[in-house]
Design a binder for this molecule. Sequence first.
Ligand code: GLC
Length: 631
Amino acid sequence: MMITHCSAALALGLLQLLAVVHGQPFPNYHANFVDIEEQPTDLKWWQTGAFYQIYPRSFKDSNDDGVGDLNGISERLSYLKELGITATWLSPIFSSPMADFGYDIANFTEIASIFGTMADFENLMKVAKQLDIKIILDFVPNHSSDECEWFKGSAAGDPEFKDFYVWHPGRMVNGTRHPPSNWVSVFRGSAWQWHEGRQEYYLHQFVKKQPDLNYRNPKVREAMNNVLRFWLAKGVSGFRIDAVPHVFEIAPDAQNQYRDEPRNDWDNDPDDYGYLQHIYTVDQPETIDLVYSWRAVLDEFQRVHGGEERILMAETYSPIDIVMQYYGNATAEGAQLPFNFLLISELTNSSNAWAYAGTVQKWLQHMPKGRTANWVLGNHDKPRVGSRLGRDRVDMLNMLTATLPGASVTYQGEELGMTDVWISWKDTVDPSACNTNPSIYEQFSRDPERTPFQWSDAADAGFSNASKTWLPIGEDYKQINVDLEKTQPLSHLNVYKQLWKLRTQAKTLQRGETDVKALNDNVLAVKRYLQHDDTFVTLLNIYDGVETVNLQQSFPDLPAQLKVVLVTERSKFIVGDLINCTSVQLQPKDSFVLQSTSSYFGYATNGEIRQLPVLAIYLWLAQVALYLAHH
Ligand code: GLC
C-alpha cells in the first residue's frame, strides 16, 4: 500500500518537474501572464535606449572661447559611457550666424566654425564608435538662415531657388501694402518680413532671420533629403527633427490669398504667439506624410548600406492624436520615436500621484500597437526638470523614466540635478526673450536652462578657461558638479548611473509589461513584470509626508516580500533590505525600486533562461526520500 502510494507520489513529482522543464509556466505569483513568445525577442538598439541631449554650446569648451565645441564633446564622450548612455542627440552644429543659436542654418552640410571643422566632426564619430555611443544630429527642416545661399538665390530671383521659400507680394488695402495675413511668429510680431530686394514678403514662423522653406516645391524636398543622405553617409545613427508641426502652412487660395487665423480671446497682445489659433500654420495634414518620406530616405540608405537601423525622433508638442500619427500607419513607417513631452507639458509642481499616473497612461494608451514608448524630462527649450517639478524630485523622476518601458531622453545636466540659472536682461541672448522687453522677458527666455554644464568646482565649473562664458555659470556649481557627485554614493549622478545599470541587466525592465497606479494622492507605483522573470516595482512618494502603502492590495499577485534594489539619499532602506508588501513605508519625496526575490533556479533552454521552482524540487526530493525510506 505504502509502496504504491510512494511510487504514485514519485511519478507525480517527476511529471511535475518534466512539465516545468518543458517550459510550461509553473504557477507562481504572476497572475496575468503574458506568454514569453509574445515578447519581442530582437529589441532594436533604440527601443530601450538611454538617450542624452547634448547642447553643444554648453557641454565642453576645448578652445577657451567661452562656447562649447565638437572637440569638447569628443573629449568628454566617455562620461556618457559611464552614465550608461546609448545615443546622444546634438542640437545643431552647422554653419550659422547664430540668430537662434544654430537653429538658423546657413549651410546644412557644413560645420559651424565656432564648433570646429568637418575633421573634428569625423573625429567625434570615431570616438563615438569606439565607445559604442550613437550620434544623432538635429535636422532643421522648417527654415534656413537668411544667410543661406538658397535664400540669397531666392531673394535675387534665381530660377533654381525662386520658390524655395514662401513669398507673397502682400495685401493692398486702400493703396497701402500690408503683410499677406495676420500670422504671428513664435518669437513675436508678424510672421511676414518685407524684402527690399525681391519686393515681396517672406514667411518666417520663427525669427526673421529664419525664413520658412517651401515644402510645396519638390526641389526643396529633394534638397533636404540630400541633407539627410549627406550625414547618413558620415555615419550618424539618425536625426532629431526640429519644429515638425510648423513645416507646412496652408496653401494660398485661388486668388493667391492666405487666410487670417482666428483670435484667442484670452490674449490681448497682437504680437504674442498666443493671440491667434494656429489652424493654418501648424499641424497641417501634409506634414505627417513628409515625415514618412524622411523615414523612407533612412530606410533606403539602410537597404543599400546595411548596418543598424537609423532613427527619427520628432519634435512636436501637438495634440496626442496627431503626435501618434508620426509613428507611422498600416502602410508607412514614420518616426521611431515621436518625442513624448507629456511629462513636460502636463505635470506641474503641484501634480499629485493621480496626475502622474494619468500622464504616463495617456501615452501608453494612445500609442499604436507594436510601437515603442519614450519619456522626455527636459530639453534646451523648457525649464529644467528640477526647476519645473522640484529639485528634490530629480531622483524620483529619473527613476520613473528609467523603469518605464521604451526609450528615455535626458537633457544634459539633469542627471546631476542642475537647475535653471537666473539671467539678467543684460545677459539675455535668447531671441525669444530679446524680442520682448525687460518686464516680461523671463517668461520667454530659454537661457536659464542652457547655461554651461557643471563638470567640477574649478573656475567656469570646469566647462571652459575663458574669462567669460557665453552664458553665466550656475551659482550652485560647487555643490552640483560631476567631480563631486562622483564621490557621493547616493548623489543624483550615482543614482542615475545605477538606474541605467539596472535597466541594462534586467530583462523585465527592457521588455516587460507595465502597470502604473496611484496608490493614494501621493504615492505612484510602476510595476513591471515578465513571464518567467523577476518583477520590479518602482515607488515614488511625490510629497512631503511619510506614507505607508499596502502593495498587495493594489497588486494582489505580488509575493509577500520584495527586495530593495535601488534607493536615493532620502530612503531609510538600504539595498538588499527585504520589505513586507503589506506595509511599505516611504519617507518624504522618497523613491526606490523593489525586485521580487527569486525562489527559483534558472536553467537554459533554447537560449532562454527559464526558471525551476525550488518548491517543486524540494517536494520531489522529499518524495524520493520517502520512497527510499520505505525500501
Ligand atoms: C525648435 C528648437 C528651438 C528653436 C526652434 C526654431 O523648437 O528646439 O530651440 O528655437 O525650433 O528652430
